[in-house]
Each structure stands twice: as C-alpha cells, then as structure tokens.
Design a protein around this ligand. Sequence first.
Ligand SMILES: *Cc1c(COP(=O)(O)O)cnc(C)c1O
Length: 326
Amino acid sequence: MDALFPIAPPSPASVLQAANRLKGLVHRTPILRSTAADEKYSAQFFFKCENLQRTGSFKFRGAFNTLAQLSDAQRERGVITFSAGNHAQALALAARLLDMPALVLMPETAPSSKMAATREYGAQVLTYDPMTEDRQAICQRLALERGMTLVPPSEHPEVIAGQGTAALELLEDVPCLDILLVPVGGGGLIAGSLLAVQAANSNCRVVGVEPEHANDAQQSLRTGQIVQIPLPRSTIADGAQAQALGPLAFGLIRKHVEDIVTTSDASMVQAMRFFAERMKQVVEPTGALAFAAANAAGLDLHGARVGVLISGGNVDLPRYARFLAD
Ligand SMILES: *Cc1c(COP(=O)(O)O)cnc(C)c1O
C-alpha cells in the first residue's frame, strides 16, 4: 500500500497546479449575487455555487486532482475511501472518468439513495456496522489486501489543493474580496481556500464556519492543539460532522485563518430557505453553513465584500421538503 498521508504539505503552488489539472473537467461554477442579501446585511455578497459542481459538491475537485496523479500501477488497483456523503460520489465519478476501480465503505445506516448514487457513478459499495466496527481499520485492511490507494475526504495534500480551486476561481472573478466564509468539516476546503488566497495574492480574510454542536475546529483554534469531540453530535449539517481536524488542515488553519465562528441548525434552515426562495438554489444544510453565519456573533460584515462558499446541494428530497416547510 502507498503512504496514507504523503509528507509533502500542500502549498499555494499546488492549488495553482490543481487548477490547471482540473481545467475543463470541473465546472467553473457561477457566482451569484443577491440584492436582498446585500440589503439585509449592508454588505456585498458573492455566492460561489458549488452546489452546481459535478456530483453536487466541491468534493469532486479534490478527488479528481488526487486520482489524476496516481501512477499506472496505482490506477490499475484502484482507490478506496470511507464516506457516507459527498466524497463517496466525488471519488466514484473521478475514478470512472480516469478508468480505475473504486471501493467505498459506507455505514449500513447510510441513506439508500446515497449508496445508490455512489453505485451509479460506478463504485463498489461495502457496508459496515458503525456501532461495532471501526471504518478506518476496515479501510486500511482492505487497502492492504487489495493494494488499493486510500483517498481520505480531506486530510491529504492533493485533496486540499483541489478543494482550494473553488476559492481560487472566486478570487479570480472577484479580486477585491474582503472576507471569505467557508464551511468546516474535516478542514480540507478551508485549508485549500487559505492557500488559494495566498496563490491569488489576495488580502482576503478567511473565516471558517462550524455547526455550534460540532465545533471541534473552533476549539482547536482557541486551544492551539487539535481537539477531538465525541460522537454522536446532533446537527443537520451532515457534511460537517468530523470529530477532529487532521494535522495538515490544522497547521494551515492555525497559521492563516482569521477566525472560526459557529452557527445554529435554525440559521442553516433559514439560509436554505433563502437560497430556495430568493436565489432558486437547492442547497444542503452543510452547504448553507457559511451564509448561515452572517448573523454570527463576532462577525462584522458591514460594508464588506463577502465571498460565500455554497459547498453542496445533495439532500434527500423528503428531508429537503421538511426543511422548507418548517
Ligand atoms: C465535505 C463538505 C464540507 C466540509 O468540507 P471539509 O473539507 O470536510 O472541511 C462542507 N460542505 C459540504 C457540502 C461537504 O460535502
């Protein structure tokens, strides 16, 4: 098996290289404006719509950037990951486009629609019992047995570099942003975004947003070391339920982030409804996290040019309907 976590850290240059590698393969997603949002907060908002990215989230960027760099031998044996969410679909599609086998380990409790979508993109799905089995251990054993390369959802230099290309596109199109709001789960998206700001030579301040009940990254930033929080936590933001940052992401966050703020499930629902009603965008709870923080304590957006990463739009329709009807 190849090294799980290669040593070379991601850099601003690796985000620029990722952008070249991904050209024509990812959608350059639109940046939407909203007069209603601008007036409500006396700011100028620029919404980067990664809900419209291939597979419905920015995760395709990191997955493709990583898989595209594997050796022929690695490609032949394929890739493996653990994910119940957007990384699974992203990895599955990237593997199919690059013609390599993909295996995704999902909890047997995962929504059948997510398993079906991952299978439709061409991956093999194996399930495990999250109450009794350790997904990382199973994944490592399978990787070893089958010679597959493990591609984690965030803590990997080329995944981080790929995720950074969304912010890079935003900064190219809107050069003088003051603040960029980014949702934080495992920390890959914000780590890449911090590098993108450097790559673009921008003075934009990057603020991370977490659900208030899954604020491990905020605690880590405050205490100066990686804080692990227990499962299960209750938040509707299923894409931001990581228990802890990895060291690569934490190193970048600690050095470069302006702050990490939190927001409530109620604010996320409000943001989802705003996106649906005013901007005609289907956004999943975690995708609405960044904009939901516009009201957060300690965040002053008055008069600022604010980038918002709408990170994804994958939500089961019955669940989505319940959020809108609330
Ligand atoms: C994965 C994900 C996030 C969080 O990204 P990390 O790199 O894990 O911090 C946010 N939003 C959506 C929609 C996601 O799929």
